[in-house]
Design a protein around this ligand. Sequence first.
Ligand code: HEM
Length: 521
Amino acid sequence: MNPNNSSTVLSQLTSKRQDKGLLTLYNVFITILIIVTTIYLIQKGITRSRSFRAPFVGRRFSWEPKWLIGLRFSQAGLEHLAEGCKKFNDGIFKVARNDTDILVIPNRYVDELHSKPEEHVSAIGAHMKNLLGKYSTIDILQEGNLHTHVLQTKLTPNLGSMISTIEEELRFAMEEEIPPTHGDWKDVSIYEIILHLVARISARVFVGQPTCRNQEWLDTSIRFTEHAFLTIAILRRLPKFLHPVVAPLLPSYWAVHRDLQTAKRIISPIVKQRTADEASGEPGYEKPTDLLQWMIDAANLRDGQPDKLAHRQLVLSLAAIHTTTMAVSYAIYDLCQFPEFVEPLRQEITDSLEQGGKWAKTTLGKMHKLDSFIKESQRLSPPSLLSFQRIVMQDLTLSDGTTLPKGTHISVPAAEVLQGAEFDSSFDGFRYSRRRQNSGEAHKYQFATTDKNSLHFGHGKYACPGRFFAAYEIKMIISHLLMDYDVQFPPGASRPKVFSADEVLLPDPSTRVLIRRRTGM
Ligand code: HEM
């Protein structure tokens, strides 16, 4: 055989084998695609047949794909919820978030749902879903309620004795974080300043000295939330089965894990040291009074492992820092927008301090106008459009016969409820302090009080366990800023627009405010 011929035959054979290989690969690919699509469609069919039937808001035409509505909801949540509440007044409707459908129910159901056990209606389940527990590492909350227990049974009852500690840290933080103004107006990013004030106070109360002055811990406690939320925001737009593949490609996901390692590196040795100090029985031993110590004391063997306690501290920072910062920032924006409230508030602070003699729980308790102001600020600039988010864990029939199938993600349109309850979209800083003068209503309208109309801290068994601390902290920060500084928007600027990211509302972090240290007080 001609050698040329034999090489041609060989190359034909090779190319045939390659074609066959490609064909097999193609067949395998198509088969996998068919299997995945079939499973997806079956799952979707099952979910749809079991889901509560209610109209979607934000749908432009009947066959519009849900991911498209979800994509719009991610930026137009405000409009979707306003439309739903207006159109289905006191009725039930759905909003499409990219990762899930959320059934929006009227607040009249809150009273019968808020005390249901976790096995029937799960708050933690909703947190896990909203915060993608596995990817944000929030899933540690599922291991037990140590953090909530300690906040409720230790921090809240001991707040009175923590006020002087909070004041000391706040004074230190203001010196560190607010640039000197030398009697002139200074243009600052007030959000960033408040963020650092809140992080420092939270650290003082959560982990005590000297860690509360450790810059690496402060940065980690602030940035962890940002890294976690960026990861969540990206993953939410993708189907769940892609999460394990995509998450490791995200720098923010790795940042979350770096933050966790940093938390363990900083906090775990402190836990070990404190445990050793206590066991040593040294006569001079003084037990620290902070959240970390209360957790060490209350933890069982598993929750009390140093790394677990470090992890919970990080998660607590996520719950506490940005939420409180937003509330203070909105209140400052409202003070700039409505300067007529400044002097009456300063007068109330001066009078309360004169009567109380010093910064104390009772002194802060006298500041009804300030409490009202921050509640009104929260009413018009809430942290979230939806609250009381819960997952129905078993089919549930409500008192009016409505049956919610297992797996339904429910929520109440907290922002619309509170704004609708007042029938008033104008800012009235002292509306709640006036109301508290009515007999029997002294406590009803406080910032930290929750009920079916005031849902920005949730309500019931799983309402925010840090809200009383948050209320004192916010009042302390605002009153100190008010007494020591003048604030105003730069010429021509006004209250910044609020951004929405799905149901979460965010102040514009680039907002600038002019501040000037007050002199001659
Ligand atoms: C203005 C500031 C704050 C707002 C608006 C806020 C709001 C909320 C809301 C809406 C919930 C869910 C409640 C529910 O589902 O019924 C929650 C839960 C929680 N909050 Fe807050 N919060 C704030 C500050 C704080 C602070 C300062 C802490 C810690 C000291 C804290 C710790 C927590 C924790 C640990 C949970 C989860 C509870 C659980 O695991 O069941 N929060 N918060």
